[in-house]
Design a protein around this ligand. Structure first.
Ligand code: NAD
Length: 456
């Protein structure tokens, strides 16, 4: 753990390093990212091991959603950074000619990245890569709930970066609070809404800009015109990946009454097929005892459960809650676990109104063969992202921005959007030493008449 007393000095050193100007150099940034990519590749087995230790993540899930995801992003930055960082030439008003105007992407300074535990490598490394690429210094605070990952991140950061450039601080809420008391030029936070508000409050103290990547209940709405087999397989895949501990996981499903029973039995058939043994080796574990207990309470008297729970290892069997309702306990908070309520509806219009009146989710999922149904749902229910006829895939496309809206957060990142999030657009105009053909300075007598003619 990092001693809280050492934190002000860490930030002060980074501020000094930033002022030295080295991070403004594009070669320096690209070299830093190349070094990071090399280290990342060398450490693949350690990364998968840490994820198995913290969350029991199956290797395949860890490989695609953390190891390879980060590798792809860092490679993209190495390839595209110089292009993204180029100043953008824009026109100037004719009455100031000759003049040259451009937009420069400038780094903020010292940035803070606070990461959660559910994708503990990906959600720490992706903002770190964006921030370094944009030319900032970074203080990274991983989640204490994924300790093996946190110490691996610290080890890796130490071997790649000068600590005055990028440093990891380890610890829980105590350390988090001291970190937030410092002044940063930019804060990037991923986690729950409650802490998100604390982060926003601390940021306001120094008028620090933020990106807040929060959570919420992502709905999955089905039309009657669908291929139910494909929909059921995709819903089961997206929901139980990482045992449902995904900010973008479908939190609940809304299905037309006539399809309810069929959907439930197809979801169940998929799960029974995939998890034939009782010890669920291909399902991640619940992160800690308090979340395990919280989820047990939400599950209540589950009707459909696939496999057996193991409180010792916190492996929790997938649950389906058929014929659920908006007033059920599982519908009062973000589930963030392997439980899926399925709600039957009769009227699409009142169902959309219900969603419209709920807090805006990070993602909206709609399944239909009917374009009008898809577009009406997207138009009526605001969300950070939308995926039609599948789940999670929108977040794996580096050409799309990732982020929430309203209570699911604000700001965007991933690829170019990450570079832009960690930079600010600086307006730069250059003029030359030609005499102005019209100067706006006293005496003003008669000048307005002349100006009207020029500007008309
Ligand atoms: P959390 O809010 O408990 O913690 C996140 C981070 O904040 C951790 O590093 C933690 O140490 C730190 N922290 C906690 N209390 C703090 C305090 N008082 N001061 C300073 N730092 C503090 O969130 P979590 O449980 O780790 O994550 C789960 C939530 O995150 C879910 O709601 C999920 O939907 C959301 N989430 C969102 C995204 C996204 O990209 N939008 C991704 C993953 C998770």
């Amino acid at each position: 753990m990092t001693s809280p007393e050492s934190i002000p000095a860490i930030v002060a050193r980074q501020r000094e390093f930033f002022a030295g100007g080295e991070t403004r150099d594009l070669d320096f940034r690209v070299k830093s990212l190349e070094k990071l990519a090399d280290e990342w590749k060398k450490r693949e087995p350690e990364i998968l091991e840490a994820l198995a230790a913290d969350l029991g993540k199956p290797d395949l899930e860890a490989y695609v959603s953390e190891y390879h995801f980060v590798l792809q992003e860092v490679r993209l930055f190495i390839k595209k950074l110089r292009r993204w960082a180029k100043p953008e030439r824009v026109g100037s008003p004719f009455y100031f000619w000759p003049a040259r105007s451009e937009i420069r992407r400038e780094p903020f300074g010292v940035s803070l990245v606070i990461a959660p535990w559910n994708y503990p490598f990906q959600l720490a490394m992706a903002p770190l890569i964006s921030s370094v690429a944009a030319g900032n210094c970074v203080v990274l605070k991983p989640s204490e709930l994924a300790p093996a990952t946190a110490s691996k991140l610290a080890e890796m950061v130490e071997s790649v970066f000068d600590s005055a450039h990028v440093t990891t601080v380890l610890g829980g809420i105590e350390v988090g609070k001291v970190v937030l008391d410092q002044r940063f030029e930019f804060i990037f936070y991923t986690g729950g809404e409650t802490v998100g508000k604390i982060v926003a409050e601390s940021a306001a103290e120094h008028l620090t800009p933020t990106v807040l990547e929060l959570g919420g209940k992502c709905p999955c709405l089905l039309d009657s015109e669908i291929d139910l087999d494909v929909a059921a397989e995709r819903i089961a895949t997206g929901k139980w990946f990482n045992a449902g501990q995904t900010c973008l996981a479908p939190d609940f499903v809304l299905v037309p009454e006539a399809l309810h029973d069929d959907l439930v039995s197809k979801l169940e058939a998929n799960l029974r097929d995939w998890h034939s043994g009782s010890d669920l080796p291909d399902l991640a574990r619940i992160v800690n005892d308090s979340h395990y207990q919280r989820l047990q309470n939400l599950a209540g008297e589950t009707v459909i459960q696939i496999g057996t729970d193991d409180p010792e290892t916190r492996r929790m069997a997938p649950r389906i809650l058929p014929r659920a309702g908006f007033d059920d306990p599982a519908m009062q908070e973000e589930i963030f676990g392997p439980i899926l309520p399925v709600i039957a509806y009769d009227d699409p219009d009142s169902t959309l109104s219900e969603l419209q009146n709920s807090p805006s989710p990070l993602a909206l999922y709609v399944f239909s063969k009917n374009r009008d149904f898809l577009e009406t749902a997207a138009a009526r229910v605001p969300s950070g992202s939308v995926c039609f006829n599948d789940l999670l895939k929108q977040a794996t496309n580096f050409n799309l921005p990732f982020g929430g809206v309203g209570s699911s957060g604000h700001g965007r990142y991933r690829g170019k959007f990450g570079f832009e999030a960690f930079s600010y657009d600086r307006a730069v105009m250059k003029r030359y030493f030609f005499r102005d053909f019209f100067g706006i300075h006293p005496p003003y007598e008669g000048a307005l008449e002349k100006l009207r003619k020029i500007l008309k």
